[in-house]
Write a protein that binds this ligand. Structure first.
Ligand SMILES: *Cc1c(COP(=O)(O)O)cnc(C)c1O
Length: 415
C-alpha cells in the first residue's frame, strides 16, 4: 500500500477512545475486562448512552402523529437518524432506509414481502455456505411454502466463495441472491461488487447481509449497487432493538407491506386501506425511536473516527493476532481468506471451544464459542464449534497479548 492510497498506520488515540466506552474499564473475575466478542455485539460509547438518556429526558413522544412540540421534536430526531444512515451508507434517498429491529427482521421482511410476491415453484434462491442462520432459515421457510429451491454456493478451505460454482448456479431461474458481505464465523470479506455484478448480468437482484461489514469498513450502496442491504444497530456500537433495511426504491415501491397496522397506512376503511408511502409503508406500529436516535449517535461516533483509521487499526490487530496464534502449537485458525475483517476463529487440538471460553473468562477475557449461528460453516470444516475473538476499533495489542496468555493457560490446563 502506498501512503497516498490508504492510511498505513492508524493514529487512533486508543486511550481516549477506550475512555469513551465506560463498560471497558471494569474488572471481570478480578481481571481487567478484555472484550473480544464484538462479532456478537459491540459496546456503546458514552455519547450513544447520553443520546438515549437525553431523548427520554427531553424529547420522548410518539412520531408522525402529533402537532404538539414534543411530537415534532421526536419526529425530527427519528427522521434525522434516518438521514444519518442514508449518508453513512451512501443511499441515494432516505426513503430507501427502513428501520427494523435487527438484521434478522430485515431479511425476513424481504423474504416475506419480496419473496412471496416474486419467487415461486421451480425458482432458485442462492445463498452461500458461510451464511448466518438468519440468512438461511427465512429462505428455507419461503421455499417450503412456495416450492422454490435453495442453492448453496460452496466455500474453499480458506473460507472464500468458489466463484466458478457461483457462476454456474446463476440461471434465468435465479430470482434472488442473498449473501453475507462479511462472514461472522470466518471473517471473510466477500468480493461483493463482483457478486452483485454477476447476478445482475442474469437479471437477479441481490441482498447483502452487512451485519459484520458496517462496523469494520465503509459501505456504499450506490457503488455496491446491491438491491437490498441489512444490518443491526447493536453491532455498530448502537443500541439493541434497532436495525436497518436498505432497499432500492424501485423494489420497495413494488413490494407489499410486511406488518399491517398503524403508521404504515394513509387511510383505512373496512372496504379498502391505502398504504403509506416509503419508508413508512414498512414501519407498522410505533418504532424504536430512542433506538434510532442512539444508532444515529453511534454513526456520528464512527464517522468522527473515520474508517481509514478504523480499518488500518483493525488490520494491524488482525495481522498481529494471526501471527501470534499461528505460532502456538496445537492452535489452528479457521478462516484464512486473503481479505478478512477483524475476526479470528480458531480451534485447539486438546481443548473444546467451550472449555477455551470458560478458561479465558476466568481471566476476564470475553470471546464467543460455539457455532456462531452458522452451523453449515462448522459442517464444512468438519468441526463442532470454534472459539472466536472478534475485534473492534477500541481493542489494542494488549488485548491480543492477554488472549495469547489465556490460550497458554488453556494449554497448561489440558497438558
Ligand atoms: C449477527 C448477525 C446476524 C443477525 O443479527 P441480529 O442482530 O441477531 O438480527 C446476521 N448475519 C450476520 C453475518 C451476523 O453477524
Amino acid at each position: 500500500m502506498t501512503a497516498g492510497n490508504r492510511a498505513t498506520a492508524s493514529t487512533l488515540n486508543l486511550e481516549k477512545i477506550r475512555s469513551d466506552f465506560p463498560i471497558l474499564s471494569q474488572t471481570v473475575n478480578g481481571q481487567s475486562l478484555v472484550y473480544l466478542d464484538n462479532g456478537a455485539t459491540s459496546q456503546k460509547p458514552q455519547s450513544v448512552i447520553d443520546a438515549i438518556v437525553d431523548y427520554y429526558t427531553t424529547t420522548n413522544s410518539n412520531v408522525h402523529r402529533g402537532v404538539h412540540t414534543l411530537s415534532q421534536r421526536a419526529t425530527d430526531s427519528y427522521e434525522g437518524a434516518r438521514t444519518k444512515i442514508q449518508r453513512f451508507i451512501n443511499a441515494s434517498d432516505d426513503k430507501e432506509i427502513i428501520f427494523t429491529r435487527n438484521t434478522t427482521e430485515g431479511i425476513n421482511l424481504v423474504a416475506y414481502s419480496y419473496g412471496r410476491k416474486n419467487i415461486g415453484p421451480g425458482d432458485d434462491i442462492i445463498v452461500s455456505n458461510m451464511e448466518h442462520h438468519s440468512n438461511i432459515v427465512p429462505w428455507q421457510m419461503l421455499c417450503e411454502e412456495n416450492g422454490a429451491n435453495l442453492l448453496v454456493v460452496p466455500i474453499d478451505d480458506t473460507g472464500s466463495l468458489v466463484m466458478d460454482e457461483y457462476q454456474k448456479m446463476l440461471t434465468p431461474r435465479t430470482k434472488l441472491v442473498s449473501i453475507t458481505h462479511v462472514s461472522n464465523a470466518l471473517g471473510t470479506i466477500q468480493n461483493a461488487k463482483q457478486i452483485v455484478r454477476m447476478a445482475h448480468d442474469i437479471g437477479s437482484p441481490v441482498l447483502l447481509d452487512g451485519a459484520q461489514a458496517v462496523p469494520h469498513m465503509p459501505v456504499d450502496m450506490q457503488d455496491l449497487d446491491c438491491d437490498f442491504y441489512v444490518f443491526s444497530g447493536h453491532k455498530l456500537f448502537g443500541p439493541t432493538g434497532i436495525g436497518v433495511l436498505y432497499g432500492k426504491a424501485e423494489y420497495l415501491e413494488a413490494m407489499p407491506p410486511f406488518l399491517g397496522g398503524g403508521e404504515m397506512i394513509k387511510s383505512v376503511t373496512f372496504e379498502k386501506t391505502i398504504y403509506n408511502d416509503l419508508p413508512y409503508k414498512f414501519e407498522g406500529g410505533t418504532p424504536d425511536i430512542a433506538g434510532a436516535v442512539g444508532l444515529g449517535a453511534a454513526i456520528d461516533y464512527v464517522t468522527n473516527l473515520g474508517f481509514d483509521q478504523i480499518t488500518a487499526h483493525e488490520e494491524e490487530l488482525l495481522r498481529y493476532g494471526t501471527e501470534l496464534l499461528s505460532c502456538i502449537d496445537g492452535v489452528t485458525i479457521v478462516g484464512t481468506a486473503a481479505h478478512k475483517a477483524g475476526i479470528l476463529s480458531f480451534v485447539m487440538d486438546k481443548a473444546h471451544p467451550h472449555d477455551i471460553g470458560t478458561i479465558l473468562d476466568e481471566q476476564g477475557i470475553a470471546i464467543r464459542t460455539g457455532h456462531h449461528c452458522a452451523q453449515p460453516v462448522m459442517h464444512r470444516f468438519q468441526i463442532p464449534a470454534t472459539a472466536r475473538a472478534s475485534f473492534a476499533f477500541y481493542n489494542n495489542k494488549e488485548d491480543i497479548d492477554a488472549l495469547v496468555k489465556g490460550i497458554d493457560r488453556v494449554i497448561e490446563v489440558f497438558s
